[in-house]
Design a protein around this ligand. Structure first.
Ligand code: RIB
Length: 291
């Protein structure tokens, strides 16, 4: 539920149907193994982060595209049911985005994304640009065309909207995009790959898996939070949950936001799937209370 002080977040990004197979052990190249279960679960980095932000109390509007298939209908419904405003979600001809995901007994995964409709989010309309300008925060990832992310980030910058970027999956990015970013949220791998670029970003949050997360501010501010001890079932979407929860609480200061997001991300690892594992405010608050 929205809080009176909750920020308005526009998420510009992907929405995928995740095709999830669980198996004791992920196969080596050329190897066949037997799986144990299969499920279709709504996901996509953009949609996961939008749902996580909404469940943490932000007012969230989603910009992106679904296809005209049955997956698209289910993906749109999942966003709406989570309280995300989908009035500007595009429905285009063809297939929705999908992700093939294999999860092993340790909760680790491999993911292959086929963009589908997400690849069709090219030109931003005036209405979409106006939504970005009206928002407190624009949150993007890299599962839609990078030129679109760049156009949105530039527009947000000139409009006074904070630009948050989760640069995942890793891709070469134009310097102009980095110049427009206020807040970058990266995992350890992304932190290494983008180390030179991150040096120029005012606020950088790095997730450390089971070791928690750390923050570096523009000046000398640095802080870190330790990992929580949880029974890990599936790490899919945990980083997205962290990112959405962080952005939803960013206006409360880095310490509060980092602690909140770290708890949200940890809880997400205790359930199977991406959107299906994202906790709400009450669940995060309860976990913070019990430690
Ligand atoms: O970050 C997890 C997400 O990555 C999955 O939901 C999948 O759709 C891919 O986008």
């Amino acid at each position: 539920m929205d809080r009176p002080d909750s920020p308005t977040v526009v998420v510009l990004g992907s929405v995928n149907m995740d095709l999830v197979t669980t198996t004791a052990r992920r196969p080596a190249p050329g190897e066949t193994v037997l799986g144990s279960e299969f499920a279709t679960v709504p996901g996509g980095k953009g949609a996961n982060q939008a749902i996580a932000a909404a469940r943490s109390g932000a007012r969230v509007r989603f910009l992106g595209a679904i296809g005209d298939d049955a997956f698209g209908t289910e993906l749109a419904a999942t966003l709406s049911e989570a309280g995300v405003d989908t009035t500007l979600l595009r429905r285009v001809d063809g297939a929705s985005g999908i992700a093939t995901i294999v999860v092993d007994d340790t909760g680790e995964n491999n993911i292959i994304v086929v963009a589908g409709a997400n690849g069709r989010v090219t030109e931003l309309t005036n209405t979409e640009l106006a939504a970005i300008a009206d928002a407190d925060i624009l949150l993007c990832q890299l599962e839609i065309p990078i030129d679109t992310v760049l156009a949105a980030a530039r527009h947000a910058r000139t409009s006074g909207t904070v630009v948050a970027l989760n640069p995942s999956p890793v891709a070469p990015l134009p310097a102009d995009l980095w110049a427009a970013v206020d807040l970058a949220i990266v995992n350890s791998l992304e932190s290494e790959q983008y180390s030179a670029e991150l040096a120029q970003v005012a606020h950088v949050v790095r997730t450390l898996g089971r070791n928690g997360a750390e923050y570096r501010g523009a000046e000398t501010d640095e802080l870190s939070v330790g990992g929580l001890t949880v029974d890990v079932v599936d790490t899919t979407g945990a980083g997205d949950t962290f990112t959405g929860a962080l952005v939803a609480t960013w206006n409360q200061g880095a310490t509060t936001a980092l602690t909140w997001a770290n708890t949200a991300g940890s809880l997400a690892t205790t359930r199977l799937g991406a959107s299906s594992s994202i906790p709400d405010s009450a669940q995060i608050a309860a976990a913070l209370t019990t430690g």
